[in-house]
Write a protein that binds this ligand. Structure first.
Ligand code: BDR
Ligand code: CA
Length: 306
């Protein structure tokens, strides 16, 4: 059984990733820590709670940082809806977030499950950066870190060159990328390389039960946005990242390089620079996921909403 701690900012694609993790037979989610990102913290926490409740799970949800470390950043409400779940008018969950702050929860859970925890980040890296500043020994207790973020050849989504999660809080990403000795990265370009036809995804939703109907409702706006900008190719960055977490042998073409974050204000703020020629004497810090077995990724998507 793989123990997962998921840091997230739900968000429509975060929701698909969380469904996948909560329903996977070989995964145990020990906690969900939440930050601001796609929309404000009040909404991302409410959405995480709704999702856990829909899955009839008992996973604790911890509220974390409500803003980036240094500079304010624009959200992605134009993709996910003003409430982050497609403005579907869903009632709030009955359950509440835990009183403990997400950053403290990351540190505590890393001690309680030392050596056996997989940490997955699906949003800005603000919570994890603060956890690292409080306790630089954190990586030694975590068996695996997978980050969804970056655009390794500078094909961005929030700006021409930067990907949303990194661009939202570049200083936090810099802290994490500099301090974590070895992590896996699923970037925006991998996301665009692993899609499903929109009509096929709609068929899967139509064939599913209550959770499929829930996902259909919260994802309508986002799917319309994707159709406008990417045509028939439905994609889900956070779900792809979660597929790699849950079934590590689904990936091939792992490229090990050093990756860094640009902080300067201007055209390239939040861009990720990859040392493709491995000239940096510090050596690689990341395994960049190139290819994912598409049929298995599709099967995991179907399982999440079945
Ligand atoms: C990432 O940005 C967010 O909008 C999504 O939830 C995903 O984590 C993709 O760039
Ligand atoms: Ca996300």
């Amino acid at each position: 059984m793989q123990k997962l701690l998921i840091d997230t900012d739900p968000g429509v694609d975060d929701a698909l990733a969380l469904l996948m993790a909560l329903r996977h037979p070989a995964a145990e989610v020990v906690g969900i820590t939440v930050s601001a990102g796609n929309v404000g913290l009040q909404h991302t926490v409410a959405n995480a709670l709704r999702l856990v409740e829909r899955c009839a799970a008992t996973v604790p949800v911890f509220a974390g940082c409500d803003r980036p470390l240094v500079l304010p950043a624009a959200d992605a409400a134009y993709v996910h809806g003003r409430d982050g779940f497609g403005d579907a008018g869903l009632p709030p969950a009955q359950r509440r977030a835990e009183p403990e702050h997400a950053v403290q929860a990351i540190l505590r859970l890393s001690r309680e499950h030392a050596g056996e925890l997989t940490l997955v980040t699906l949003g800005p890296l603000t919570n994890l950066a603060l956890a690292l500043r409080l306790d630089p020994a954190l990586p030694s207790r975590v068996s695996r870190l997978l980050v969804m973020g970056g655009a390794v050849t500078a094909h961005g989504n929030i700006t021409a060159s930067a990907e949303f999660n990194i661009h939202f809080d570049p200083e936090a990403a810099r802290v994490v990328f500099d301090a974590w000795p070895d992590f896996e990265l699923v970037d925006w370009e991998a996301t665009l390389g692993h899609t499903v036809a929109d009509a096929e995804f709609a068929d899967w939703l139509a064939a599913g039960g209550e959770l499929a109907r829930f996902y259909d409702v919260i994802s309508r706006q986002t799917r319309a946005f994707i159709r406008t900008h990417h045509g028939d190719a439905f994609h889900s960055a956070d779900a792809l990242a979660m597929a790699v977490v849950l079934e590590p042998d689904i990936t091939s073409d792992l490229r090990r390089h050093r990756i860094e974050v640009e902080l300067a204000e201007g055209l390239y703020r939040g861009a990720t620079r990859v040392d493709w020629m491995n000239r940096d004497p510090r050596g690689p810090n990341a395994a960049i996921v190139g290819r994912v077995e598409l049929a298995r990724f599709h099967a995991l998507l179907r399982m999440a909403i079945a």
